[in-house]
Each structure stands twice: as structure tokens, then as C-alpha cells.
Design a protein around this ligand. Sequence first.
Ligand code: H2B
Length: 98
Amino acid sequence: MPEPLLPAAIAELLVRMPGWSGDTNGLMRTYRFHDFTAAMAFMHGAAPAIDQLDHHPEWSNVYNRVSVTLRTHDAGDRVTELDVKLARLLDAEAARHL
Ligand code: H2B
């Protein structure tokens, strides 16, 4: 089971994660795509890799936007390395649909 990251570690990571914000309770980002179809393609495109990682985002869609919160339920809803990994995975997939 991954350990929660310390506040200082999260702050340091966020400096090099453009678009992301958050704290020990969650990493947050809202992606904006051209339209609804692109937003859906992003969510569907990311789904297999998310399942393979076995670590899932809390995310919601409004038209062309997808808002994401990442935290680890198995670690008391704190941010762990798995959330950082998932953030990078989502950024890579989003770049394919922007
Ligand atoms: N996703 C997130 N965000 N946190 C978890 O703790 C988590 C998960 N646990 N996806 C996984 C699934 C766990 O429930 C399964 C049984 O591995």
C-alpha cells in the first residue's frame, strides 16, 4: 500500500506539473478540449491504462471540460505516488486529444 506523500513533497511536485493544483487531500486539474466529442475521446482513451494501473480518478465532464481529482482511497484519501503516476498518464492521453 502506498504511503501518503508529505505536503512539502507534493508542493515540490506541483511546481513541475503545469495545470495541476492541490494538496495532501488531492491533485486537481481541469482539461479543456475542443468539444464534447474530444472530451469523451479523452476519457475513453484513458480508461484502459487507468484500469491497468488499477488506480482510478474522480472525474466529471461538462461539455468540453473534464475535471479530475486524484487521491488514494486505500491510503485514507490522501495523495500518494500512484496519484502522481495517474496524473502523468492523464496528461499524456489528454495531449492526444487537445
Ligand atoms: N483508485 C483510487 N483512486 N484509490 C484507490 O485506493 C483505489 C483505486 N484502489 N482503484 C483500487 C482501485 C482498489 O479498490 C482495487 C481493489 O485494487
